[in-house]
Design a binder for this molecule. Structure first.
Ligand code: SAH
Length: 215
C-alpha cells in the first residue's frame, strides 16, 4: 500500500475536483498522514471518500469536509484557532500546518489520549489540547481568530460566539441530530454575527451544556 500515492489521488479527485482552491489547505491535506489517524485495521480505507469509525461511537470526517471547513476559515498563518471535537486528531493536525497555534477540546478521554500520542509522534508542537465540554469554549485562551466545531450542534453555542474575535470566522454544522448544514459565521465590529450557509452534512452529535444531551 503506497499511502503517498493514495493521498495525492484523494486530494486530486475529492478535494481539488470539488472546488477547494486554497493552495495552503491543499498542501496541508497532501502532507497530513490520514492513515495514521484511523484504526489500524482501516488504514487501507483512510483515503476513501468517506468518514470512518474511530472508536467510542465517533468518526473521522470525510476528507472533503475537512478541506472545505478548513478553507472556509480563511487562514493566513498567524491565527490561534479553537477546534471543538478533537476525535482522531486529524483535523487538528491539518490545522497545525496552517496557523500559529491550535487549541482543541475533546470530551472523551480515550480519544484525547490517542490524539495526543499522534501529535507527539508527528512532532506537532503547536497543538494544545484539553478534555472538557467544548461547548463552553476555552475562555482563558480567548479570543480566537477562527473556531471550528466538528460535531453537529442544535444551535451556535453562545460561549463560542463570545470567544470569537472581531473579524474572526466560525464554521459549525447546525441542525438536528441526524442532518445538519455547515454554517460559516463572521463576527462584525458591533459583535453581531453574519452567517452564510454552505453544504448539507452529517456529523456525530455535539454533546454538552450548549449541545445535545447524551442518549
Ligand atoms: N475533528 C475530528 C472529528 C471527530 S468526531 C477528527 O478529525 O477526527 C467529533 C468529536 O467531537 C468526537 O470525538 C466527540 O467525542 C467530540 N465531541 C462531541 N461533543 C463534544 C463537546 N461538547 N466537547 C468536546 N468534544 C466533543
Amino acid at each position: 500500500m503506497n499511502f503517498d500515492i493514495s493521498r495525492k489521488r484523494m486530494v486530486d479527485t475529492q478535494i481539488i475536483a470539488r472546488g477547494v482552491k486554497d493552495q495552503r489547505v491543499i498542501d496541508a491535506m497532501l502532507k497530513t498522514p490520514r492513515h495514521l489517524f484511523v484504526q489500524e485495521a482501516m488504514a487501507a480505507q483512510a483515503y476513501n471518500d468517506t468518514s470512518l469509525p474511530i472508536g467510542e461511537k465517533q468518526t473521522i470526517s470525510q476528507p472533503y469536509i475537512v478541506a472545505l471547513m478548513t478553507e472556509l476559515l480563511e487562514l493566513q498563518g498567524s491565527e490561534r484557532v479553537l477546534e471543538i471535537g478533537t476525535g482522531s486528531g486529524y483535523q487538528a493536525a491539518v490545522l497545525s500546518c496552517l496557523v500559529k497555534r491550535v487549541y482543541t477540546v475533546e470530551r472523551i478521554p480515550q480519544l484525547a489520549t490517542r490524539a495526543r500520542k499522534l501529535f507527539d509522534l508527528l512532532g506537532l508542537t503547536n497543538i494544545a489540547m484539553k478534555i472538557d465540554d467544548g461547548t463552553l469554549g476555552w475562555s482563558s485562551e480567548a479570543p480566537f481568530e477562527a473556531i471550528i466545531v466538528t460535531a453537529g450542534a442544535p444551535l451556535v453555542p453562545e460561549e463560542l460566539a463570545v470567544q470569537l474575535a472581531v473579524g474572526g470566522r466560525m464554521v459549525i454544522p447546525v441542525g438536528d441530530r441526524i442532518n445538519q448544514e455547515l454554517i460559516k459565521l463572521v463576527k462584525q465590529e458591533d459583535g453581531s454575527l453574519v452567517s452564510e450557509q454552505s453544504v448539507k452534512c452529517r456529523f456525530v452529535n455535539l454533546i454538552g451544556k450548549s449541545g445535545w444531551q447524551e442518549l
